[in-house]
Design a binder for this molecule. Structure first.
Ligand code: SAM
Length: 290
């Protein structure tokens, strides 16, 4: 079989369906629910002021090259872990997210930081591209946000509108605590769709992208077993009654191990595939076909 004939988009869709909640398609509702958690992390990061060098956000900001006069589109921006620091560097940033709750938090923080160069698009990237709601930007970022749907369509649109460069990240191994949980309840790990499918889709369209594996530290904190169960549940297909019982037993042990502490903390590592390209480095044939 010719490599060009392999439908990596279909393989991605199939793999995405087998993982994550709602058959791998977390919708607006589930992201709205997670907005609170994301914001807490952001606030903790703000308190620490300086980002840990092992932190994902620190690593990404070191890699995304933005000049003062440039524009940035942040797809699936969330509460703005990247959007806010990027807006401090760039001329203008478009923050796009399916979750209005995520955008509310970002707007609030942007106002507090005195940033007025961010425009907001509350939409899925699918609708935004289809309806032409987003136009060309110098830099396009899609960090941890391209999970489900027609990824080929997303890649085609990103390649079309990124005037200078695009930076996309995909999970390889995320929140190791989840893996322990999966084992404890008797499931076989939380597999993310292989990032190489994305790399191959780009290759098939003539984009020879750069690939870097980012290793970062993660810390998760839960104040109660209930909170832990709910958070972990939001990242997986619904637990069965038997799984829930096993999870409770596992978490009780974990909380006990923390002694007097009012919360349970787990520190672990996550791995992300950063796939990026600069347009100036693309082969001529890419331009000929697009
Ligand atoms: C894991 S968060 C990443 C946030 C941020 N980019 C970061 O790296 O910190 C994923 C974000 O993508 C958004 N999202 C998920 N699916 C989306 C879609 N189809 N269109 C637009 N945004 C989406 C979610 O609402 C959420 O804010």
């Amino acid at each position: 079989m010719d490599f060009k004939e392999i439908d990596f988009n279909e393989l991605w869709k199939r793999a995405a369906k087998q993982t994550g909640p709602e058959n791998g398609i977390p919708g607006k509702h589930s992201w709205d629910k997670r907005a609170e958690k994301f914001s807490q992390r952001l606030n903790r990061a703000k308190k620490n002021k300086k980002l840990d060098k092992e932190d994902y956000v620190y690593k990404m900001l070191e890699r995304i090259e933005v000049q003062t006069g440039q524009t940035v589109l942040d797809i699936g921006c969330g509460p703005g872990l990247l959007t806010l620091p990027l807006a401090k560097k760039a001329r203008q940033v478009t923050a796009l997210d399916i979750s209005s709750k995520m955008l509310e938090r970002l707007k609030n923080d942007a106002a507090n930081a005195g940033l007025s160069n961010i425009s907001y698009v509350n939409s899925s990237w699918q609708k935004a591209f289809e309806a032409g709601m987003v136009d060309s930007h110098d830099i396009v970022v899609a960090s941890r946000s391209l999970v489900s749907g027609d990824i080929q369509e997303a890649l085609n649109n990103i390649a079309r509108i990124a005037r200078q460069a695009a930076y996309l990240t995909f999970p390889i191994f995320h929140l190791p605590f989840d893996f322990e949980v999966y084992e404890a309840i008797g499931r076989h790990g939380d597999n993310h769709p292989p990032y190489v499918y994305i790399y191959n889709m780009l290759y098939q369209t003539g984009i020879h992208a750069n690939l870097e594996i980012l290793y970062s530290k993660v810390k998760v904190q839960f104040y109660s077993i209930e909170e832990a169960v709910n958070t972990l549940q939001s990242r997986a297909e619904p637990f069965t009654g038997c799984e829930k019982q096993k999870l409770h037993e596992f978490l009780e042990k974990k909380f006990d191990e923390q002694g007097e502490s009012p919360f349970f903390t787990h520190e672990g590592r996550s791995e992300w595939a950063l796939i990026w390209w600069r347009k100036e480095n693309l082969q001529e044939r890419y331009y000929k076909s697009h």
